[in-house]
Design a protein around this ligand. Structure first.
Ligand code: BJW
Ligand code: ZN
Length: 247
């Protein structure tokens, strides 16, 4: 792992720091990613699961998939990458963290100014009357059964953003503003394949930020950024934090 002196200097001096994270930051906690070998999309194609048509066609399959992921998420904990970002927030006057992850691990690690761009898997609601339900309602269903609303019998879904759906307005608006205003922008553990989130580091760069990504391999947007730091985020982020604290 190596990062440039320029990144350390820009980050140490930065007044405004903004960050985008993706599935890669939670990989070291034991949460599978989507597009890596062995990731979630290897067994299930996104078009089969992460859109509303697929859900209406086969609710049991999609509910089962989220119940399974809910179980994983309940059994894991934040890793040093999540904690380093929470510490970085404390060290900066203006800090914003936009995450595409639905696992809630940033909040669990103590990050405060967090926008969950793709929702949160632990919130469940009825697609007809919008009454919130509990995670338990998905977790207890037997294989092949459908989880339904206690009030109206409608289908229960997780409060996440599927393909073709709008991102939560306020979360995206604040992430976009933070990207435009950032002095330094970090894109961590994301393939840069899904928009509009993947456009945020590019927007930051267009507005003069120094933009670095941290990933075990260059992402799809790497060529548009200033620097790719190759390595696991659970190792790179704590090292970067140490470097700027000692600057
Ligand atoms: C490590 C590591 C370690 C591993 N350390 N790194 C512009 C152009 C083209 C298409 C579009 C466009 N704008 C919109 C679209 C359409 C679409 C889209 O982007 N399609 C693309 C496939 C091209 N976008 C949408 O539909 C979005 N909505 C929207 O645009 O609304 C407006 C609209 C509405 C109606 C009509 C038209 C427009 C919504 C996107 C929602 C995405 N939802 C999902 C599922 C969420 C719920 C769930 O979790 O189940 O979000 S899909 C999935 O991908 C999930 C993720 O958040 C997202 C991104 O994945 P991520 O996080 O990057 O994970 P991976 O696995 O891809 O990558 C992991 C990375 O980590 C890798 O790079 C590894 O190398 C790395 N890594 N270990 C550091 N230890
Ligand atoms: Zn209902």
């Amino acid at each position: 792992m190596s990062f440039s002196d320029r990144l350390v200097e820009r980050l140490a001096r930065a007044d405004r720091v903004a960050v985008l994270t993706g599935a890669g930051i939670s990989a070291e906690s034991g949460v599978p990613t989507f597009r890596d070998p062995g990731g979630l999309w290897q067994k299930f194609k996104p078009e089969e699961l992460a859109n509303v048509e697929a859900f209406l066609r086969n609710p049991e399959l999609v509910q089962g998939w989220y119940a399974h992921r809910g179980e994983i998420i309940r059994s894991v904990a934040p890793n040093p990458g999540h904690y380093a970002l929470a510490e970085l927030e404390q060290a900066k006057r203006h800090f914003h963290l936009a995450t595409q992850n639905v696992d809630g691990l940033h909040l669990q690690a103590g990050s405060q100014n967090v926008a969950e761009l793709h929702g949160n898997l632990r919130r469940i609601y009825c697609i007809d009357c919008e009454t919130p339900a509990s995670e338990h309602d998905l977790a207890v269903i037997e294989k092949g059964e459908t989880a339904r609303c206690m009030s109206c019998g409608g289908l229960l879904r997780p409060d996440v953003v599927w393909f073709g759906e709008m991102l939560p307005h306020d979360a995206y608006a604040e992430a976009y503003l933070a990207a435009r205003q950032a002095d330094v922008y970090l894109s961590v553990g994301t393939s840069g394949a899904v928009y509009p989130a993947a456009g945020l580091p590019i927007e930051a760069k267009r507005n003069g930020a120094y933009v670095a990504e941290i990933n075990i391999q260059p992402s799809e947007i790497a060529f548009q950024l200033d620097e790719t730091v190759l390595g696991q985020s659970g190792e790179v982020l704590p090292a970067l934090l140490q470097a700027i604290l000692g600057f």
